[in-house]
Design a protein around this ligand. Structure first.
Ligand code: SF4
Length: 362
């Protein structure tokens, strides 16, 4: 092994975090951790991972689980397609691979939700096979180590980084080395103000020697954020509230929600809510009472969500006719925690759970 490889491994041995999936390197646990870590901070991922493993200790338990339960456990992690793909893959693994992940890169790649990165992560971290790995942390290290002057996401730059990651990988040490690189990027070669003084590879780092660490990596133009306003309403009827289940495709598929939607030009939140209720359920709601306003983000959107209680005129008992959902239920407020909701509605629910007195009693 080269001196550079030795220094990276020695640093990891001393500084690597004690993460639950690092205890046994069980392939199933490595797979779930890698999927959870996509788009999620480490601390949050660890909490979700532990809850997940308490409920789904093996692939078979996911293969037979209901989507409702899986989504509920995933609630708050976002990007729900990841959870659905885990379920789909678990069923394939149960049917064709005896409930185990195959130690085969191409077979892994054929599973739903497993791309080049995740397949390489499973092969190297779970099976210790010589597969290089490049995530955002490792990209940043290479961009600085080689002082790359082109955007890291460009095809050519990516090819260069993957090639260098392969060249640097010590034979037979992929499990530790790939994790060491990711950890180095997460803890030392961080995006802002990298901690070069304690970096084990600073003497090899071109950006450091040139004083250019702040300018590397070069990122693409950030995607523009879109600000939108939405309104949602909790329809109350004799101590129960209306929730509806979104359709099985599109954004937040199969999650539950309160009816509502986006404000159209010139509309107040109240006008939008009445219109959305009519369009989505054919119910003409009235007596709007403001509950709160919550802010949340998804993909490129920053959403301001205006939240109301509403009711049907004259204590009406009409049932909704669904146009944008697949199912509805009248539930007790205390039952809200049984269902998986998207982020904005979950914030509203948390607010209500701290203020249960806000609900009508009958
Ligand atoms: S010296 Fe600094 S910039 Fe270079 S790899 Fe280490 S932490 Fe990153």
């Amino acid at each position: 092994m080269t001196d550079l490889q030795n220094r990276i491994l020695a640093w990891f041995q001393k500084n690597g975090r004690d993460l639950p999936w690092r205890k046994t390197y069980d392939p199933y646990q490595v797979w779930i951790s890698e999927i959870m870590l996509q788009q999620t901070q480490m601390d949050r991922a660890v909490d979700y991972f532990n809850s997940w493993m308490r409920r789904f200790s093996d692939i078979e338990s996911i293969a037979v689980a209901s989507e409702e339960e899986v989504l509920k456990l995933w609630e708050g992690l976002g990007y729900y397609a990841r959870a659905r793909n885990i379920m789909k893959s678990a069923r394939v693994l149960q049917d064709k691979f005896n409930g185990l992940l195959p130690a085969d890169y191409d077979l892994l790649l054929s599973l739903p939700g497993i791309g080049k990165y995740t397949a390489a992560a499973i092969m190297s971290i779970a099976f210790n096979s010589d597969y290089p790995l490049v995530d955002a942390n490792i990209e940043r290290i290479f961009a600085r180590l080689f002082n790359l002057k082109k955007p890291v996401k460009e095809k050519e730059t990516q090819a260069f980084i993957w090639q260098k990651a392969g060249e640097l990988l010590p034979h037979g040490k992929a499990r530790l080395f790939n994790q060491a690189m990711m950890e180095l990027g997460a803890l030392v070669c961080i995006a802002k103000n990298p901690r070069c003084k304690i970096c084990p590879i600073s003497k090899n780092c071109r950006a450091f020697s040139l004083g250019l660490t702040g300018e590397r990596p070069i990122l693409q133009e950030p995607v523009k954020t879109i600000f939108i306003e939405m309104a949602t309403g909790i329809l109350q009827r004799q101590g129960r509230i209306l929730i509806q289940k979104r359709k099985a495709n599109g954004v937040w598929a199969n999650l539950w929600e309160f009816p509502g939607g986006r404000l159209e030009p010139g509309e107040t939140p109240e006008m939008a809510l009445v219109r959305e209720y009519l369009e989505e359920t054919q119910l003409a709601v009235s007596d709007l009472i403001k509950i709160t306003t919550v802010q949340h983000s998804y993909t490129i959107y920053r959403v301001t969500l205006h939240c109301y209680f509403c009711s049907l005129p004259n204590n009406g008992r009409q049932e909704p006719v669904l146009h944008t959902a697949q199912e509805y239920r009248w539930i007790k407020p205390a039952e809200l925690s049984k269902y998986a909701f998207p982020a904005g509605h979950r914030k509203l629910i948390r607010h209500l759970q701290n203020n249960m007195n806000l609900f009508q009693e009958t």
